[in-house]
Design a protein around this ligand. Structure first.
Ligand code: PYC
Length: 436
């Protein structure tokens, strides 16, 4: 039965604002938010990847199914991959019925997350606008709006007049090279503080008995009975993982990595149809709040939102080259600035402070790969492309159910690896924030 955080074994300490300030000034050391236990040689399940997906999977295994002998392994620190590099946008305005139902459930979990995890994740439901600059884009927005409504997700197509009322700083005149013809307006979309989501799941999972092991890199997935070398591949089963800190035996390994998804799966002899591309993002200096919604332009390859600190956070399409490099490039900055200024000429004096990149595992249909693989006990929650952060909670919930019940829940049936053999693809390219 599901347990609330109030029923957990260890409750996190609470401090008033004055007590926090006093402790800071006195140089107090802070209590650990999660434990740092010894790595054991055996667990009921091992989760590879300590981002939102891995941590949520471990949390729901413990909370919803009482499976607590779980280790989450991360080769760096928790949230150091895609969970710490995204632009924190959440939405459910997808194109396929499967996508709408899935991301709709994630939005519900984000809505109740502050209470469920007892942490302020700074969820700001501020509305999400996907601008259309061509007749073709407007047609896709109408299509998405109808699929969204049928799936119970609030979305509609609005014209330039309404867009201007929601975001006055947008140039809705006919002067720009790509005038704004309309937009898909999705009021429940918004932003959330991404690192708080990581910390919230980590702390809650820890309180339920899950172990998190940072700086613990998986070097190999150990298998037996499979058709490939080392007993890996189809027909085999998982027996454990080899890490930089020793071998761990386990009957269940869940690959929740991003960027390294295909490499970790290959360790079990499982090939995935994934190509990895970097995605760059950037942030400006903070200014007074003037951008009340998330704004996306597919034709101009840009999305932008304003954080509660006042910075503008920008992202673009994935870089055109498949690589594991996360270096920033000046081409990105230059193109971004040019495109953003077509949308909001009034911000030309703002300064960019930082830029960074994350890795996106792109699948042929822009939908994830979730659930069982031909290797018994080796499960995947991968292939998130540019949609990973917003899917973290629902993915954790559903993957935990797969492990606990040995069945695939209806919500993620469409995302099975076997779809690439049957041809039942779930085409979500039309729901990408920007053209890729
Ligand atoms: O799909 O909303 C999105 C998104 C934002 C950043 C990357 N993808």
């Amino acid at each position: 039965m599901a347990r609330s955080l109030g029923q957990l074994r260890h409750r996190p300490p609470r401090y008033s604002a004055a007590a926090l300030a006093w402790r800071g000034l006195r140089g107090h050391t802070w209590p650990r938010v999660w434990r740092d236990p010894e790595l054991k040689t055996s667990y009921d399940a091992v989760v590879v990847g300590g981002g939102v997906h891995g941590l949520a999977t471990a949390y729901y295994l413990a909370r919803n199914h009482d499976i607590t002998d779980v280790a989450v392994l991360d080769k760096a620190y928790l949230g150091s991959g895609g969970s710490g590099r995204n632009t924190a946008i959440i939405r459910a305005n997808y194109l396929t019925p499967a996508g709408v139902a899935f991301y709709g459930r994630s939005l519900q979990l984000y809505n109740s997350m502050a209470v469920d995890l007892n942490i302020n994740v700074m969820f700001s439901e501020r509305g999400h606008l996907t601008l259309a600059h061509t007749d073709g884009a407007l047609r896709t927005m109408r299509w998405r709006a109808e699929v969204n409504k049928l799936g119970g997700v609030d979305s509609s197509v609005i014209g330039p007049g309404e867009i201007k009322k929601i975001v006055p700083s947008l140039d809705t005149s006919d002067r720009p090279r790509y005038p704004i013809l309309g937009a898909l307006y999705h009021p429940p979309g918004g932003i959330v503080r991404h690192d708080a989501v990581v910390w919230g799941y980590a702390r809650a999972a820890d309180h339920l008995g899950v172990e998190m092991h940072q700086r613990t890199e998986v070097l190999d997935v150990l298998c037996s009975g499979g058709e490939g070398p080392g007993g890996k591949g189809a027909g085999g089963r998982v027996t454990g993982v080899r890490t930089n800190r020793g071998d761990i035996s386990t009957p269940v390994v869940i690959n929740c990595t991003a960027g390294w998804a295909s490499l970790v799966s290959a360790m079990a002899g499982v090939r995935l149809p994934i190509v990895t591309h970097p995605l760059q993002a950037a942030v400006t200096e903070p200014v007074k709040m003037f951008l009340p919604a998330v704004v996306v332009s597919g034709s101009l390859h840009v999305y932008v939102s304003q954080t509660s600190r006042g910075e503008l956070v920008f992202g673009a399409s994935v870089d055109p080259v498949a690589t594991y490099s996360v270096r920033g490039s000046s081409e990105f900055t230059e193109e971004l600035a040019g495109h953003v200024l077509q949308l909001m000429p009034g911000i030309s004096q703002m300064r960019l402070l930082r830029q960074w990149a994350g890795l996106c595992d792109m699948t042929p249909d822009y939908s994830p790969v979730m659930g069982f693989t031909p290797v018994e006990g080796f499960l995947v929650d991968v292939g998130w492309g540019t949609y990973g952060f917003k899917a973290g909670p629902v993915s954790g919930e559903q993957m935990a159910e797969v492990v606990a019940t040995g069945r695939t829940p209806e919500l993620i049936e469409p995302f099975a690896l076997s779809r690439f053999n049957t041809g039942n693809l779930v085409g979500e390219k039309g729901a990408a924030a920007v053209g890729h």
